[in-house]
Structures are given as structure tokens and as C-alpha cells.
Design a protein around this ligand. Structure first.
Ligand SMILES: NC(=O)c1ccc[n+]([C@@H]2O[C@H](COP(=O)([O-])OP(=O)(O)OC[C@H]3O[C@@H](n4cnc5c(N)ncnc54)[C@H](O)[C@@H]3O)[C@@H](O)[C@H]2O)c1
Length: 422
């Protein structure tokens, strides 16, 4: 009680802004500690009607407020393991659980959905836009809607892909390591010479949301021509680049071009930079294999901020060793968190630990959408009909949050209706 009063005074005065501790950290201290079947949890809104389990701590506060507003008791796992195994997730679900927000590192298949169903579960949301870790048909079989979080990762993920492209093309990490090691003895014409991107050709495999955003960054930022492969044409992208080319022409500059090709091999042969933005499924597993790597220019840059298994990573290590001028920027890995032997020793690889969506806006937006998915399903709301325009969930005051689940991937199979939006 005294703590609550002290915190209320602190927030009202605005002093918390100057303290070396965030409001959310303070609010979290108001949660209670508990444990479920021996797994430590942080409990919020103890007396809520629905029990929602969150398998990892999430950033921001809005997601928690959404669940509290939906009368949920929220239990956030404090288990020390980075990746929770099925046995631990099952302990967290326990005997009674209405909904779960889970992570892309967890194996959401028949075992976990059966456990959730037996505990009375009615909702699951992945904290990710990709859901290759979820066997959606197993959830559908048990009548459980599966949510994901599209629309808030697009620009952040594309920016990291662009950062990897520039870092690989201009050898930034290699030069950074060299500098820190004290090897720099003075400017030299031959020191860390890399590739210029301006007016070259960028290739996209998978021109969906993120592929489109990345294409715009590279075309507008570096006046690159675009060649892309996607089973489905992206007319909006083609029209956008056409109009941008016209703008450049009007400005007296050489225009840029956009071309959709019939096979990904054409992209690989033509492009100076190739960025992968397809989803991972059976058809895209090892899409980039030894033969296809060999089709790329020996000086090309390959970027993967999609999913690790899209590249045959062992073949990539061989290719990097055989082609020192070939460069790769990787956010994701085939056997995450491990890397294939030899990759870490390749100076022509830029490697970061799956941080493509790691901007604060995106990570808290993902939490908001995942919470809104679970809260909406538990309250019996329909499905938001515009998963690519989810800003109302992220930006509107909580009191006017849309009464809908932002994105349920199996809504058609489950016969869920779409909400009507003006
Ligand atoms: N690294 C990260 O942190 C991170 C963050 C967000 C998304 N992702 C990954 O990026 C993927 C793409 O996200 P999105 O929001 O752009 O999805 P999206 O569904 O909008 O786009 C995927 C595109 O890939 C295309 N595609 C499918 N199979 C293909 C193939 N064989 N060849 C070429 N194109 C193919 C689809 O037609 C679609 O246009 C996600 O599935 C996810 O796995 C990774």
C-alpha cells in the first residue's frame, strides 16, 4: 500500500523520468513473485479471470495493460534458460490456462497444443511475424486460434538487412576489429577496399512486406536497380520503383529499373546484392544451396534476415572460404543459437544474433499485438481484417483499442469472422 502510494506520487510528479529506472521497471516491482510447478513466475493482476502465461519477459507496458484490461491474470516466466524446452512450457501451462504468448524458439506442435487444450486453453499467440515454429494444423485441430505479429517488424527488419548489406559490402566489422587491435598505422590506398553499391543491382528473393521495405531502402538510398523473384508479382513495388525512376529522370539523373524474373537463378546471376526475405517452409528450406551460391557473382553480397535454414550454412562456409571477395551478412542461422563450424572464422561474414526486429518500437509493438491477439480471442472478438495496418492497436488510447484480434493465421480454418471496420 505504502509502495503504491509512493509510486503514484513519483509518477504524478514526473520525477520518475529523471530517475535511473524506468516506469515499467517500477510498475513491475508491483507484481508479485510466484511459481508454477517449480517454475518461477512474475504475477500481474492476481485476481484476473483468465490465466495467461507469457513464456518470456516482454518489453514495454502496453501489452500488460491490454491483458489486464481484458481481465487476465498474467504470469510471466522467470525461468533462467534462454530457450524453454517443452517440459518447462508444459509446467508453466499447468492445469488451468486460458491463453499463452510464446516465443519463436519454442516448439509449438501437438505436445504443447494438447497440453494447452487440456488446461482449457483457447488462445495462442507467437511473439513473431514468422511462425515456422508453430504447427498451425495441430492448433486448428484443437480449435485454438494462432496469432502472430505482422506490420510492426517490417521497417525495423528491413533496416537491419540494409545495415548488414552496407557492413558486408564495406567490410565494417573487419575494419572495426583491426582498429581495436591497434593495427592501424595510417591511411593506405588498399586498406579494406570493399564494394560500391550506388547504381548497382539489388536482388530480392521474396518481395513481401519486408522485401518491399528493404527494396525501397536500397533503391532510394543507393539508386540501385531492382531484380526480384517471388511466386507472386508485387505490382505495388513495381509501380513504386517505376514512379521513382520517373522522378530521377525528371531530375536529370539516370532512372532506376525494377524487373520481376521467372526464376530465382536469374536474380542470383544478375544481382550484386541478394537479400532473402521469403518465409521458411518446406519449399524454401536450403533454397540457397551450393549450386545456387556458385551462380552468384564472386564479389556479390548475400544477406539473410529471414530464417537460418533458408541457407545451407555448411555450403555457405565452403563458399566463403573459396571466394574471399564474396560477402555475407547474417542475422539468422541454421541451427540457432549455434553456427556451422568455420563460419565464425570467416572474415567475409558479418554475423549478428537474430536482432533484425530489435528496435524498441518494434519489440514493444510485437508485445502489444501478441497480447491483443490473446485478449481478443478470450473476449470473443472477431479478427482484424487488415493485418498490414495494425497501428490502431499500437497507437490508439487503450480505451479505444479496436475490439478485434490483430492477426490470427488460422482464422479461416476455424471459421472465425472478420471484424467490420469503417
Ligand atoms: N530476422 C528477423 O528477426 C525477422 C523478423 C521478421 C521477419 N522475419 C522473417 O521474414 C519473413 C518475411 O516476412 P514478411 O513480413 O515480409 O512476410 P511476407 O509474407 O509479407 O513475405 C514473404 C514473401 O516471400 C514470398 N515467397 C514464398 N516462397 C518463396 C520462394 N520460394 N521464393 C521467393 N519468394 C517466396 C511470398 O510470396 C511473400 O511475398 C518471415 O516469414 C520471417 O520468417 C525475420
Amino acid at each position: 500500500m505504502a509502495l503504491n502510494r509512493a509510486l503514484s506520487g513519483l509518477f504524478a510528479s514526473g520525477l520518475w523520468r529523471h530517475a535511473d529506472v524506468s516506469k515499467s521497471t517500477l510498475l513491475r516491482t508491483m507484481a508479485t513473485s510466484g511459481s508454477v510447478n517449480g517454475v518461477p513466475v512474475e504475477v500481474h493482476n492476481e485476481n484476473g479471470n483468465f490465466r495467461v502465461v507469457v513464456t518470456k519477459e516482454l518489453p514495454g507496458e502496453r501489452w500488460l495493460d491490454i491483458l489486464k484490461q481484458a481481465n487476465c491474470r498474467v504470469e510471466v516466466s522467470k525461468h533462467p534458460d534462454t530457450i524453454l524446452d517443452n517440459a518447462t512450457v508444459k509446467k508453466l501451462i499447468g492445469n488451468k490456462c486460458d491463453g499463452v504468448i510464446g516465443q519463436l524458439t519454442e516448439d509449438w506442435g501437438s505436445e504443447l497444443f494438447e497440453c494447452l487444450k487440456s488446461a482449457g486453453g483457447r488462445a495462442y499467440s507467437n511473439y513473431a511475424v514468422g511462425y515456422n515454429n508453430v504447427k498451425v494444423e495441430e492448433a486448428t485441430k484443437r480449435g485454438i486460434p494462432v496469432g502472430n505479429t505482422p506490420g510492426v517488424l517490417t521497417e525495423t527488419t528491413a533496416e537491419l538487412a540494409a545495415a548488414l548489406t552496407l557492413a558486408a559490402a564495406r567490410r565494417v566489422p573487419e575494419a572495426d576489429v583491426f582498429m581495436r587491435a591497434g593495427h592501424y598505422k595510417g591511411w593506405l590506398p588498399t586498406l579494406f577496399v570493399g564494394q560500391l553499391l550506388q547504381n548497382k543491382t539489388v536482388g530480392i528473393i521474396g518481395a513481401g512486406r519486408i522485401g518491399f521495405a528493404y527494396a525501397r531502402m536500397m533503391v532510394e538510398g543507393h539508386k540501385m536497380n531492382l531484380v526480384y523473384y517471388d511466386p507472386y508479382p508485387n505490382k505495388k513495388l513495381e509501380e513504386y520503383i517505376k514512379q521513382y525512376g520517373e522522378l530521377l529522370r525528371h531530375n536529370g539523373e539516370p532512372p532506376v529499373f525494377c524487373k520481376r524474373v521467372e526464376t530465382m537463378e536469374e536474380v542470383l546471376k544478375e544481382a550484386d546484392v541478394v537479400s532473402l526475405h521469403c518465409n521458411l517452409d518446406k519449399t524454401t528450406h536450403h533454397l540457397m544451396n551450393k549450386e545456387r551460391l556458385n551462380m552468384m557473382k564472386p564479389t556479390a553480397v548475400l544477406v539473410n534476415a529471414a530464417r537460418g535454414p533458408v541457407i545451407d550454412e555448411a555450403a555457405l562456409v565452403q563458399h566463403l572460404n573459396a571466394n574471399p571477395e564474396f560477402r555475407v551478412g547474417l542475422d539468422v542461422f541454421e541451427d540457432e543459437p549455434a553456427m556451422k563450424p568455420g563460419l565464425a572464422q570467416c572474415p567475409n561474414a558479418v554475423i549478428v544474433p537474430h536482432i533484425a526486429s530489435a528496435s524498441m518500437w518494434t519489440r514493444s509493438g510485437m508485445a502489444t499485438l501478441a497480447a491483443a491477439n490473446v485478449a481478443a480471442v478470450l473476449q470473443g472478438y472477431a479478427v482484424w481484417p487488415k493485418p498490414d495496418n495494425v497501428l490502431p492497436f499500437v497507437e490508439k488510447p487503450l480505451s479505444s483499442l479496436p475490439k478485434a484480434a490483430p492477426s490470427i493465421v488460422n482464422y479461416e480454418e476455424l471459421g472465425l469472422s472478420l471484424a467490420s471496420v469503417e
